[in-house]
Design a protein around this ligand. Structure first.
Ligand SMILES: Nc1ncnc2c1ncn2[C@@H]1O[C@H](COP(=O)(O)OP(=O)(O)OP(=O)(O)O)[C@@H](O)[C@H]1O
Ligand SMILES: [Mg+2]
Length: 229
């Protein structure tokens, strides 16, 4: 099977969503999955802002999976601080429960959602509060992870209306992550070790979930392309 790619301008992605959201009786939940550094947060913000702009009011907000990072004190106590970002370093049960609430609570009633403060590398409780939003964009690494049915991550997909997978070349990810760790205070060597021992093996695990996505997007030079069979 040969795969070609077609450019997917933001307005096409947003138009597709507007049709799906209009046909949905409750809050619509879009998932954006992909490896660390792929650009999930950037794409989510662009989609949210474009949806709100087109609607002329606030209809979309982001519900980051990153808000469910376990606090550093917990990871320190379990010896997992250097493995932060791996599947077991998140409160997955909290994510599932809050996702279910976000999806099932009538539009107009409040649902608090935690965000993640990269400056201190800690979650912020109720960093965002959903209310009248018709669409929630939940973005993170492990939305499509179900390598073991016993893993609680395997229950995420059923709570999402559709999932996009965002991909970029491995060397781009590597470069972005090393730069990010250095900006976060690590030495060049420590940044490289973190990326090679933890982030890139994670990216490999996540790449194995790509085929479960409804849409695979590749990001190249600031543009998005969809893979077509
Ligand atoms: N479309 C784009 N064009 C150019 N640079 C981009 C684009 N999207 C993301 N980037 C850059 O890539 C880096 C990572 O982006 P972002 O934080 O959105 O990734 P992420 O997938 O959310 O990462 P993480 O999983 O670690 O949260 C940022 O420096 C961002 O500026
Ligand atoms: Mg992000």
């Amino acid at each position: 099977m040969t795969r070609t790619t077609v450019e997917m301008p933001l307005r096409s992605l947003v138009e597709h969503l507007r049709i799906r959201v209009a046909a949905c009786a409750r809050r619509y939940v879009l998932g954006i999955a992909g490896p660390p550094g792929a650009g999930k947060s950037t794409l989510s913000k662009s989609i949210r802002d474009e949806l709100n702009l087109r609607a002329g009011c606030v209809i979309a907000e982001i519900a980051p999976m990153d808000g469910f990072h376990l606090p550093n004190a917990v990871l320190r106590a379990t010896g997992d601080l250097e493995r932060k970002g791996e599947p077991h370093t998140f409160d997955v049960d909290g994510y599932l429960e809050t996702l279910r609430r976000l999806r099932d609570t009538p539009i107009g009633e409040t649902v608090p959602w935690p965000t993640f403060d990269r400056a201190i590398e800690e979650p912020t409780p109720a960093g965002v509060v959903f209310g009248g939003h018709e669409i929630a964009i939940t973005e993170g690494n492990y939305l499509l992870l179900d390598e073991r049915e016993s893993s609680p991550w395997s229950r995420v997909r059923a709570l999402l209306d559709e999932v996009w997978y965002l991909d970029v070349d491995r060397d781009v990810i590597e470069h972005r992550l090393i730069r990010r760790h250095i900006r976060g205070g690590r030495s060049v060597d420590a940044a490289r070790i973190k990326v090679h021992d933890s982030d890139l093996p994670n990216a490999g695990l996540i790449a194995g979930t790509r085929d479960r996505a409804d849409l695979v997007l590749r990001q190249r030079e600031g543009r998005y392309y969809a893979a077509q069979a």
